[in-house]
Design a protein around this ligand. Structure first.
Ligand SMILES: C[S@@+](CC[C@H](N)C(=O)[O-])C[C@H]1O[C@@H](n2cnc3c(N)ncnc32)[C@H](O)[C@@H]1O
Length: 356
């Protein structure tokens, strides 16, 4: 009750004395009359000493930024000039962004259908298939959802498929595909022969459901991308998307529990796994083909360091330039930092295999 009271006062901006009265009533309703007095005393004292208490709490970066200390240190060392803005963006709610299924609708049609249902949406210039809604809502009730006219996907994730440059007839591998957001986007863009692979069998039904709702089909496989003999037919791919498992440090505003669940010690094993995946996938890429490495992390160890390792280890690998709208240059790729253009934090690096 004390925590709820403080959240209602500080974060929700509810009338202070009404909050105290409601918390005291709640203590009584819960059969804790003695605690009703305690709740009353603590919350009232908080209101009296609020400025001094908040100032004291703000002396410590952990409470000032509401991030664990190891994360503050890593973000500050990776992005010294942007760290404060990253913490602030991570503590803000993200807008609801949709991706229009171009096989069934268009941004213009969907904007009109949503408007008829009283929902305001706009189509931002940097997202060819994207719509941003002015308010969050239950998307499954929006017109067109059941018919597969759109999906929910942040703009930074939509920009992944912009880079992959897919064309009809190509053999494409989405090596870490579940729940299928980017697999679906690839298929919405071009009639490719898509293999959608994931090591977690429990996530595949959701991937299949998503493709079915959108009217798309892929060769959905259960397998470990770092062990191709178990699932690969030996035919090279023209495009490989490695949307690697990562710390998810770029999407904290959508999944704030990452602050509690993720540990400093997770990063080195994640980076080792990402490097292993890249090394295992490289031989499956056709000469002249492109591998796109992407993560929803903002940690350099999981991004540019992994890609530098891939380039160093393969003489036939060459990083391709990436447009500025994908964020700032970071090693051989680009990093969108959380909140930039209202999008999640995301890393992108595009690597081409020499033709000879
Ligand atoms: C970032 S998520 C992928 C999100 C997905 N690309 C999308 O857009 O919906 C990473 C996925 O990698 C899968 N994964 C982890 N290790 C893997 C491996 N060795 N081989 C294949 N998939 C793996 C996880 O099960 C998880 O579904």
């Amino acid at each position: 009750l004390l925590v709820l009271g403080l959240v209602q006062i500080e974060t929700m901006g509810m009338p202070e004395y009404a909050v105290v009265a409601a918390c005291v009533d709640a203590a009584r309703l819960l059969g804790q009359p003695r605690h009703a007095g305690l709740v009353n005393a603590v919350l009232r004292r908080y209101l009296r000493e609020r400025a001094a208490l908040l100032a004291a709490a703000d002396l410590d970066a952990v409470s000032r930024h509401a991030h664990p200390r190891w994360m503050i240190e890593r973000i500050s060392s990776d992005w010294p000039r942007d760290a404060e803005a990253i913490f602030a963006a991570n503590n803000c709610a993200a807008a609801l962004t949709l991706r229009v299924n171009r096989r069934r609708s268009s941004p213009e049609d969907l904007i009109a259908r949503l408007a008829a249902a009283g929902v305001v949406a706009e189509s931002p210039a940097h997202l060819p298939d994207g719509l941003i809604l002015s308010e969050s809502t239950d998307v499954s009730r929006l017109p067109g959802f059941a018919e597969g006219h759109f999906s929910v996907q942040d703009g930074a994730a939509q920009q992944v498929v912009d880079l992959l440059d897919v064309a009809a007839g190509q053999r494409v591998l989405d090596a870490c595909a579940a729940p299928g957001g980017k697999s679906a986007h690839i298929l919405e863009r071009a009639a490719v022969e898509l293999t959608a692979l994931d090591a977690d069998a429990g996530r595949l039904p959701r991937l299949r459901e998503n493709l079915a709702r959108l009217g798309l089909s892929a060769n959905v496989l259960h397998g470990d991308a770092s062990r191709p003999p178990g699932w690969w037919d030996g035919k090279p791919f023209d495009r490989i998307l490695l949307d690697a498992p990562c710390s998810a440090s770029g999407i904290i505003r959508r999944q704030p529990d990452i602050k509690l669940h993720r540990r400093a010690a997770d990063i080195a094993p994640l980076a080792a796994m990402q490097a292993r995946l890249g090394a295992a996938l490289w031989p499956m890429l056709a000469p002249g083909g492109k591998l796109l490495y992407a993560t929803c992390s903002i940690f350099r160890a999981e991004n540019e360091v992994v890609v530098a390792g891939l380039l160093d280890a393969h003489a036939d690998a060459r990083a391709l330039p990436i447009a500025e709208r994908h964020g700032r240059v970071a090693g051989n790729g680009r990093q969108n930092l959380p909140g930039n253009k209202g999008m999640d934090g995301f890393y992108y690096a595009l690597v081409e295999k020499d033709c000879s």
